[in-house]
Design a binder for this molecule. Structure first.
Ligand code: BDP
Length: 731
């Protein structure tokens, strides 16, 4: 007996030693490896010379008052500053020495109140903030102040970002406020945790475990959003299930809302228009039926009782098989305003999607949304926003701006961007999307003279709209690194930064993200920044150059299939979009064709309709062009097209080399993961080039120009299998 005991003890001591050793090993290797979970909030120690300077200016964190948001502010600053400076930066109750970081609002912090900043803070609003180096109680301190607690949290993240990006903090005088009010992620998440167009694992919302169990990861999701100013999250797919409005699911949604609230993230739900029928057996969902309107009012009351700061409903109506008012011979305004009336007493909004394109024989899909919605300008209730995709077709690698921007001056309009890369290589391709979104935000609608940019339509400067916003279809999931591709994180980040300030330059956004997430080493930084800023242009080159669009494989939209013509609806087939024939290539949207150009203001229309004025990047979007037409380079269209495809492939090869040169600078785990994805990206770029050129060549009947490599496979081989069938990259 005794012996056994002893042996057991010895084994367990040995076990402990082994365990400790393993832990140590883990600690050593985890110092180097990085699984990407921490996103841009890593807070690893800054270089000694940098942190030394900061240390004199940052010695303690003074957050007076108690609330969940203030607790979050305190925890973020203490954790973040301690990590960055490599030594404890404790929380304190008062300013006792130089270097205190004082955070709060005039109403919860006597220190902030004593500064008499009320007027300035009022001008910045409850989400805006002021950061100033100041003297408080005879000490040099930094004050982060806002009218609202969430603004103070945003200010805290801003301050941390200054340190993370190694900016001076000794003479701070920062005033910030968000330019758009609703900065919202749209999750296309289903109740079974699958994610439509999601490429990063499963949905973050574990509906089965909720409301009893809330995954702690949701706090990190909310923190990440708050750090870039995202203040809303639509939890469920726009192709929605009525169940999410049922009493049991509302309890689950309440648990999520309670988790997000301290971080200023409000929840919204996609509402299925036929929910009154499906949930409670009403005979109709006709928006003009008083019983239907009463049902929605009761539903809204029920929701707000549980979630007092509920954001509102997002609605995809009469689009791709979804029910809507038109099912009952009513119109979009009838539908949206009925829901708006239910939400108005609670200050909720209806976000009505403009993604509608009922097919008519011979119609142009690019013109459909404008035709169906523009006539309703001025008719929507004050708490309705129209959510319009960046372009008129569907999240293509490049589209000219949607003609609805600028065309509905009496309607509140939000931009819908897609962060998840449905048409841009899923989570396999490195594509930094900020330049793409910049392109649409900077587009000049010309409706009120030069400078009538989309960003001015959105932020209300052009037409004075009261509620403003921007939505991004999320790319997050249960993958450890959140977004599948480590660089997908940069698109989540960029979306938030642009929703905060639609004029933020892509380079600045990339620079911040790289420094916070990957490396601050100047040479490596420059390499990564160049890769990111060029990446979107490269994807356009190897997928859809010169204005081509929607030539992806049907269904999953991954890889090329310009030959596709099997779908019943003409406008789901690539051949509908490129219109290749013996004469040339491209969709004629001028007066000789669909005349969709007429939907733009006269100045813009004149440019897009004129073959010699239209920018070449949009050429084949607007015009059907002969194969031998002379381009600005002096080459004919066919040669130019082929060289674009080749250029895209060359870019990926060069990017792979550049990335390889960074091994040793970037931690091995993420470096290796990105390198493996770049390998897939090269394979895909080659397939895109080959498949498209082989197919278009059957019409152009011309040889490949010099400098373009011959195809690796035959057209038949490319047609036989989609890129997803060839092997199974992560999906
Ligand atoms: C398309 C997607 C589809 C979405 C639709 C939408 O292919 O999955 O449901 O957009 O935006 O891009 O509603």
């Amino acid at each position: 007996m005794k012996k056994t005991h002893q042996r057991r003890r010895r084994t367990s001591t040995l076990g402990l030693v082994c365990f400790a050793f393993a832990l140590q090993l883990l600690a050593v290797s985890s110092a180097k490896a990085d699984d990407g979970y921490r996103l841009w909030l890593r807070y690893d120690p800054l270089p000694a010379n940098v942190s030394k300077e900061y240390r004199a200016l940052v010695t303690s964190v003074v957050v007076q008052g108690q609330s969940q948001t203030l607790d979050a502010v305190r925890a973020e600053l203490v954790g973040g500053l301690t990590g960055l400076l490599g030594g404890a930066v404790p929380a304190a109750l008062k300013v006792e020495r130089d270097g205190a970081v004082v955070v709060g609002t005039p109403s919860n912090s006597p220190l902030v109140d004593s500064l008499d900043w009320g007027r300035q803070l009022a001008a910045l609003g409850p989400e805006g903030f002021r950061i100033r180096s100041a003297r408080v109680g005879g000490h040099n301190v930094t004050v982060i102040a806002s009218q609202g607690e969430v603004g103070a949290l945003y200010g805290a993240f801003h301050f941390l970002r200054l340190l993370q990006t190694e900016r001076p903090i000794n003479r701070l005088d920062v005033s910030e406020r968000p330019r758009l009010q609703l900065r919202v992620l749209n999750h296309w998440d289903n109740l079974d945790r699958s994610v439509e167009r999601g490429y990063a694992g499963r949905s973050l919302w574990d509906w089965d475990a909720l409301p009893q169990k809330v995954d702690p990861r949701l706090v990190d999701y909310a923190r990440a959003n708050a750090s870039i100013g995202i203040n809303g999250s639509v939890l469920n797919n726009v192709n929605s299930n009525s169940k999410s409005l049922g009493a049991d699911y509302l309890q689950k949604t309440k648990a999520i809302a309670d988790t997000f609230r301290p971080y200023g993230v409000r929840v919204y739900l996609s509402a299925r228009f036929s929910a009154p029928i499906e949930l409670d057996g009403l005979k109709t969902a006709d928006p003009l039926d008083p019983e239907v309107a009463a049902w929605w009012k009761r539903k809204a009351d029920e929701i707000y009782k549980l979630i007092p700061d509920f954001g509102g409903f997002l609605v995809k109506a009469n689009s791709e098989g979804q029910p809507g008012p038109r099912t009952y011979n009513r119109d979009h305004v009838d539908g949206a305003n009925m829901l708006a009336a239910a939400l108005a007493p609670h200050k909720g909004v209806v976000i009505w999607r403009a993604f509608v394109y009922d097919a008519k024989p011979g119609y142009d899909r690019a013109a459909a949304a404008y035709e169906q919605l523009q006539p309703f300008d001025g008719k929507f209730a004050p708490n309705v926003l129209l959510q319009v995709k960046n372009g008129a077709i569907d999240f293509q690698p490049r589209e000219p701006f949607h003609p609805l921007f600028g065309a509905m001056p009496k309607t509140q309009m939000m931009l819908e961007a897609q962060i998840t890369q449905e048409y841009l290589g899923h989570s396999n391709h490195l594509v930094f999307l900020a330049p793409m979104w910049r392109e649409v935000l900077d587009s000049d609608t010309r409706v009120k003279g030069k400078g009538s940019t989309v960003s001015k339509v959105l932020d209300g400067t052009l037409f004075g709209q009261k509620i403003t916003g921007m939505a991004g279809v999320a790319n997050t999931g249960t993958d450890r690194n959140w977004t599948g591709h480590d660089f997908g994180q940069a698109n989540w980040y960029a979306f938030g930064r642009l929703a905060w300030n639609p004029d933020a330059p892509s380079k600045q956004i990339a620079d911040e993200w790289i420094k916070m997430t990957l490396t601050r080493e100047p040479k490596a930084l420059a390499v990564v920044e160049r890769i990111m800023l060029e990446s979107r242009g490269a994807v356009v080159d190897y997928m859809t150059p010169l204005g081509l669009h929607h030539i992806m494989w049907g269904g999953h939209h991954y890889g090329p299939a310009p030959w596709e013509n099997k779908f019943e609806r003409a406008d789901w087939n690539p051949v509908y979009y490129h219109k290749a024939d013996a004469a040339g290539l491209g969709f004629d949207r001028t007066a000789t064709g669909s005349n969709a150009v007429a939907q733009y203001s006269p100045e813009v229309r004149a440019v897009f309709a004129d073959p010699s004025a239209v920018p070449e990047k949009y050429l084949l979007w607007f015009q059907h062009v002969p194969w031998d037409r002379r381009m600005s380079s002096g080459r004919i269209l066919w040669d130019e097209l082929a060289l674009h495809y080749q250029r895209g492939v060359d870019w990926v090869r060069a990017a792979r080399k550049d990335w390889d040169s960074l091994s040793g600078v970037i931690d091995p785990e993420r470096h290796g993961a990105v390198a493996r994805k770049l390998e897939i990206q090269e394979r895909d770029a080659v397939a895109w080039r080959d498949a498209c050129l082989l197919y278009f060549q059957t019409f152009s009947k011309r040889p490949l120009p010099r400098g373009v490599e011959p195809a690796r496979k035959t057209l038949e081989e490319y047609k036989a299998k989609s890129l997803l069938q060839i092997d199974s990259p992560d999906h």
